[in-house]
Design a binder for this molecule. Structure first.
Ligand code: RIB
Length: 300
């Protein structure tokens, strides 16, 4: 089974603040840091650290070519990614004293993804293989269409929501990965159960993983719902926690683990990531996750 992540790469410009800036206000940051980020990069690293062989495709500018080396360092095969003449995507991130974040994106090279790039990245892939995409690059509609034509399983993290969601051909998705904001935006429902009902009614052949931050996560398909509580941690920076959850959940799912096991490992991995600064760099390795779970079992 080959897994391709087709997604974004960003340079994260992170400003730590006591509280988020308000309308019309200028505030001083407590510190500044530049980190590796982008949902595509973060999720690829989470998958690799969880033990999954993973290929990455996407686009950066020359200023972000080092990020492809960064992916390679973690064992992600980034040979299908392209370096373009457009600057690498940027994320301007405020992280407040309780570790919450607010993100503004500049798409940059992430918007230079073309059908040609997508076709060539998918070369050699077919039935039995899988793709994971997010909604931070151009032509996500074509990623889904081309992957579906080749018979791939399609995992789609519907993040961030954009106005054209209905044009993406989402009925071809095998598994949706959404947070509460995305679930609300896609369904118009406020309660998690209602979001899951509405998603499964609209896309009856799919399954849905709904992450709920410190309220945990719920997995749903046509026959069952499985809940997982969040694992408490002192929050430092929640950036990339959802990506960590996605990568760990997907690795376990693709390895044939029970959904309960996949959710628990993902929750533990995300909890560790929330306790550390940064996005890609905050993601733990599998042995750290296993040790933390063993400690949790020992304290029961
Ligand atoms: O999910 C977190 C990521 O969202 C950040 O790394 C940022 O780059 C944005 O893509």
């Amino acid at each position: 089974m080959n897994l391709l992540v087709f997604g974004s790469v960003n340079i994260d410009e992170v400003y730590h603040v006591d509280r988020f800036a308000r309308d019309g206000e200028t505030i001083a940051s407590l510190s500044y840091a530049r980190h590796e980020g982008g949902k595509g990069l973060n999720q690829s690293i989470a998958l690799a650290k969880a033990g999954q062989a993973v290929r990455f495709a996407g686009a950066v500018g020359e200023d972000g070519a080092y990020l492809l080396d960064y992916l390679n360092e973690y064992g992600v095969d980034a040979s299908r990614a392209r370096v373009t003449g457009t600057p690498t995507g940027r994320a301007i991130i405020q992280v407040d004293a309780s570790g919450r974040n607010c993100i503004i994106l500049y798409a940059g090279a992430n918007q230079e993804v073309t059908p040609d790039m997508i076709d060539s990245a998918l070369e050699g892939m077919g039935e039995g293989d899988a793709i994971l995409a997010q909604n931070e690059i151009s032509r996500v509609d074509y990623v889904i269409e081309a992957a579906s034509r080749r018979g791939l399983r399609i995992f789609f993290n519907a993040s961030p929501l954009t106005r054209d969601m209905d044009a993406l051909g989402l009925d071809r998705v095998s598994v949706f990965l959404v947070n509460e904001i995305e679930g609300r935006g896609l369904t118009g429902r406020d309660d998690p159960e209602g979001m899951l009902d509405a998603m499964l009614e609209r896309y009856p052949r799919t399954s849905v993983l709904l992450t709920l931050g410190d309220k945990g996560a719920v997995y749903a398909d046509g026959s069952r719902r499985v809940s997982q509580a969040a694992i408490p941690v002192e929050a430092i920076d929640s950036t990339g926690a959802g990506d960590t959850f996605t990568g760990y959940f997907l690795q376990a799912e693709l390895s044939g683990e029970r959904i309960e096991t996949a959710l628990r490992r993902a929750a533990q991995a995300a909890s560790i990531a929330v306790g550390r600064p940064g996005a890609g760099r905050s993601i733990p390795y599998a042995d750290e996750v296993d040790e933390a779970l063993a400690r949790l079992d020992g304290t029961r």
